[in-house]
Design a protein around this ligand. Sequence first.
Ligand code: 5GP
Ligand code: ZN
Length: 115
Amino acid sequence: MSGRCIFCKIVDGQIPAKIEYQDDDILVFHDITPQAPLHLLIIPKKHITNLNEIREDNADIITKIFTHIPKLAFQFGINEKGYRIVNNCGRDGGQTVFHLHFHLLGGRNLTWPPG
Ligand code: 5GP
Ligand code: ZN
C-alpha cells in the first residue's frame, strides 16, 4: 500500500495540502476539514498504518513527532492556552485514513469527553 494511500500521495506531492513543516522524516499540514481554529496533522513520511505497527525498531518516529509538537504550539501561539493531541487508531477509534497521524487541535476550548 505504500505510496498509494492519500497521505502518501500528500507526501509525494500528488495531492496538494497546506504544508506547514517538513523534514526527512515528518510532514505537518492543515486538516482539510478543521475541527478547531488550528487543526494540524503530523505524520511520518514513511507509511505506517497506525499505532498498532509501532515497535522498538520504528518508535524513533514517535519521538520525532512529539518533540516537534511543542515547537508547533509555540509557533502558533497556543502553548500557554493549551491544545489537544489526538490519535484515532482503528475503526472503533475513529480512524478514517490508514496512515499514522496525530491531530493537533487548538485555538478554542476543547470539551471532554470527546464524542
Ligand atoms: P482520522 O479520522 O483518520 O483520525 O483523521 C483523518 C483526517 O484527515 C480527518 O480529520 C480528515 O479531515 C483529514 N483528511 C482526509 N483527507 C484529507 C486530504 O486529502 N487532505 C487533508 N489535508 N486532510 C485530509
Ligand atoms: Zn500512507
